[in-house]
Ligand binder design. Structure first.
Ligand code: MG
Length: 493
């Protein structure tokens, strides 16, 4: 069989996997949006069965993958297909089903226990589960194989090719620089730390109109995109021509829903702009968690929280939120960019956010490396918060118990939030050489920004590994200096 026949076989067989992904994505979207509560159990069963089918189909691809890999003159598309499939196959062939099942079982249980533990702020309730999960994740890393540190095996699952050397380098640059910028902002009172708008209630129907208008301004394609409401905002790609986002309406502090819409729209734009020729192939989606988050952060922070954007949206806000009638665009801009060291990651502003991630990365790395025991976690957490942000949790629910990630076994995911900010910094540095973002926003010319992002990043889907993609697009990868410059420009400029 020739190379192209083997590749044809892969692409033909992959369509069944694509259909399973398509179905699972729709089931997940429905689960979070419209499913009645009673659907939870059968939905869980359906998901588990689809995952097993998917695994079976993946393993069936092994033969044609091996045959294709023997060829020497592969093009970039073919190399990409093989790289992406090989990564997934690697997981299923290295990690024994027994371990996958045990992880699945314990994390499902632990998520329930964690919710209760957080409510009661009882770390001791969650502790035995976390210990078990850390132990299983260490086994998983051993089975996957790694160089130097077991954390590398886990981080790689979310951000292909990233290592603790990269991450240590990034955070050792970010932490001292952010401390310096934050100290100056606080000392000089450059941005507000509080605003009465934070507790201001809004009319949900009016805010929905604002969000619909935002979607229109950002040029989200009506026939390929939709927005709904869910408890936690997310983006879900059902297909390349069917990308959906959600938001939520807390009823107060209108910033939250507005910026979650812009954030998720950033994720959606990435998915919508992947080259159509990659449809139904393993390369059809965004390449990694970090690169994906860079797109959402770029739209949310670099564009959405800019002074030009504040001016652009103020008339829309005023039309729908009467309590803003006396606000100037300068005042709204400053409200969008309040800086306040706080305990909760999801509430953190642009300047303090990465401290929360630096802390979690350090803890994860030490737990997986066996240098830290779970019992020492709350103390290390609280001391580090004190050191980074000068705030200290009074109870574990506002400290170590606040995030769902560890109960679900997602060790290695947290750094991707900071990688997203770091890459968004590189995008900012690179795009401003070619256009004025301020002018583009003023003219509502988001199509120009989108075409630029499409050419550099989006259209490639997963063709290139994240580091290669960044090098091709920007001649630079994971360089934290760009984010530092961006924050200096914005907060100290
Ligand atoms: Mg996101």
């Amino acid at each position: 069989m020739s190379r192209s026949e083997a590749m044809d076989e892969i692409l033909q067989k992959y369509k069944a996997i694509w259909a399973l992904n398509h179905s699972s994505a729709l089931l997940s979207w429905d689960l979070e949006t419209y499913m009645p509560e009673g659907g939870a159990r059968p939905r869980g069963e359906a998901h588990a069965q689809l995952a097993l089918l998917r695994q079976k189909f993946m393993i069936d691809l092994r033969g044609p993958i091996e045959r294709s890999e023997e060829a020497k003159d592969l093009n970039d598309f073919e190399k990409g297909v093989l790289r992406v499939l090989r990564r997934e196959l690697h997981y299923f062939t290295k990690v024994p089903p027994r371990l996958i099942e045990e992880l699945q079982r314990i994390t499902t249980e632990a998520t329930v226990v964690w919710r209760d533990a957080r409510k009661k702020s009882s770390f001791s309730t969650f502790k035995p589960y976390l210990e078990k999960i850390v132990d299983l994740k260490r086994q998983e890393a051993d089975k996957l194989g790694y160089q130097r540190h077991p954390y590398n095996a886990l981080a790689d699952m979310y951000e292909e090719g990233i290592t603790i050397d990269d991450l240590d380098g990034i955070f050792s640059t970010l932490v001292p620089n952010l401390k310096r910028i934050l100290a100056k902002v606080e000392r000089e009172g450059r941005f507000p730390t509080r605003d009465s708008l934070e507790s201001k209630k809004y009319n949900v129907e009016a805010m929905k109109r604002v969000n619909d208008k935002l979607i229109e301004i950002l040029g989200m394609p009506e026939k390929r995109f939709r927005m709904d409401v869910s408890t936690h905002p997310f983006t879900d790609t059902i297909a390349q021509d069917d990308v959906r986002i959600t938001t939520r309406y807390e009823g107060r502090d209108f910033r939250a829903t507005m910026f979650s819409v812009i954030h998720e729209a950033g994720h959606a734009i990435y998915e919508l702009q992947v080259d159509g020729g990659l449809s139904y192939t393993p390369l059809a989606g965004g390449v990694s968690s970090g690169v994906h988050e860079s797109q959402s952060r770029f739209w949310e922070n670099v564009l959405g929280r800019s002074a030009a954007f504040a001016s652009l949206v103020l008339p829309i806000l005023k039309r729908n939120l009467p309590f803003l009638s006396r606000y100037s665009s300068e005042k709204i801009y400053r409200y969008f960019n309040m800086v306040r060291p706080s305990l909760i990651r999801v509430d953190a502003d642009e300047l303090t956010y990465n401290f929360h991630i630096a802390l979690r990365y350090d803890i994860e790395k030490k737990l997986i490396g066996g240098e830290l025991s779970v019992s020492d976690l709350p103390a290390l957490w609280n001391d580090t918060m004190q050191d980074y942000l000068g705030v200290r949790p009074k109870k574990d629910s506002e400290g170590v118990l606040q995030d769902i990630h560890w109960s679900g076994g997602s060790f290695g995911y947290f750094p991707c939030y900071s990688l997203g900010n770091v890459i968004a910094g590189i995008v900012w540095h690179s795009i401003k050489k070619e256009m004025s973002l301020k002018d583009a926003i003023k003219r509502r010319d988001f199509e120009r920004v989108k075409s630029w992002l499409k050419e550099k990043v989006h259209k490639w889907g997963s063709t290139y590994a994240p580091k290669d993609l960044q090098m091709r697009a920007f001649g630079d990868a994971y360089n934290p200096e760009r984010l530092v410059s961006y924050l200096e420009d914005k907060f100290l400029g």
